[in-house]
Design a protein around this ligand. Structure first.
Ligand code: CDP
Length: 204
């Protein structure tokens, strides 16, 4: 079974997807980490984005490895968020990463999280969830995570939201048949319960 969880930055995707995967014994796929790894590689050594995406050996798990190097922390830096969002507009890069994601999702049970899982990567996913939340609340959550002022995050977030929703290829939008879940004012546990219930109903 594949559970697709999409939505904008700070809607709670990663935390929720990770927790749902743990509760159900599924494997968690953080597709954003792949775009971040490519963004980091481009910031560090430049080159043609599509070639970097094709050549970079990305391993996801407890730690994120890029060509064997542990980049788990490095890919979370704000400048890497921006680089990832920028490189994610490139169709050749997307094709490379979507192929890698589909190969992973071909076997076993997964909770996959990103921007285009339900629309492009796994449109046949048994459950598709689109997580949203009020922009101010999303910025507050991310600011607490990163230990930086919420105003800075809000500005960067608005830029990235605009880039992600307006890009030509695979823009961020709810997939057909997805369940929209507004996480504003909900605790993580409430959201996780809801997704787990939806998954149980789809499996039955
Ligand atoms: O953690 P956060 O939600 O802020 O971002 P992320 O999921 O790590 O993704 C970083 C960037 O990669 C996003 O801003 C998107 O531009 C891009 N991305 C994408 O285009 N498609 C995906 N499936 C996942 C991420």
């Amino acid at each position: 079974m594949v559970i697709a969880i999409d939505g904008p930055a700070g809607a709670g995707k990663s935390t929720v997807a990770r927790a749902v995967a743990q509760r159900l014994g599924f494997t968690y796929l953080d597709s954003g980490a792949m775009y971040r790894a490519v963004g980091l590689a481009l910031l560090e050594r430049g080159g043609a984005a599509s070639e970097v995406a094709a050549a970079l050996e990305i391993e996801l798990g407890e730690r994120v490895l890029a060509d064997g190097r542990d980049v788990t922390e490095a890919i979370r830096a704000p400048e890497v968020s921006e680089a990832a969002s920028k490189v994610a507009t490139n169709q050749a890069v997307r094709a490379e990463l979507v192929a890698k994601q589909r190969a992973l999702l071909a076997g076993g049970d997964w909770v996959a999280e990103g921007r285009d899982i339900g629309t492009v990567v796994a449109p046949d996913a048994e459950l598709k969830v689109f997580l949203v939340a009020d922009p101010a609340e999303r910025a507050r959550r991310r600011a607490a995570e990163l230990g930086v002022p919420a105003e800075t995050v809000l500005r960067d977030q608005a830029l990235r939201d605009a880039q992600d929703t307006s890009r030509e290829h695979s823009p961020l939008r709810p997939a057909a048949g997805s369940v929209e879940l507004d996480t504003t004012g909900l605790t993580i546990d409430q959201v996780v319960d809801r997704v787990v219930d939806l998954a149980a109903a789809r499996r039955a």
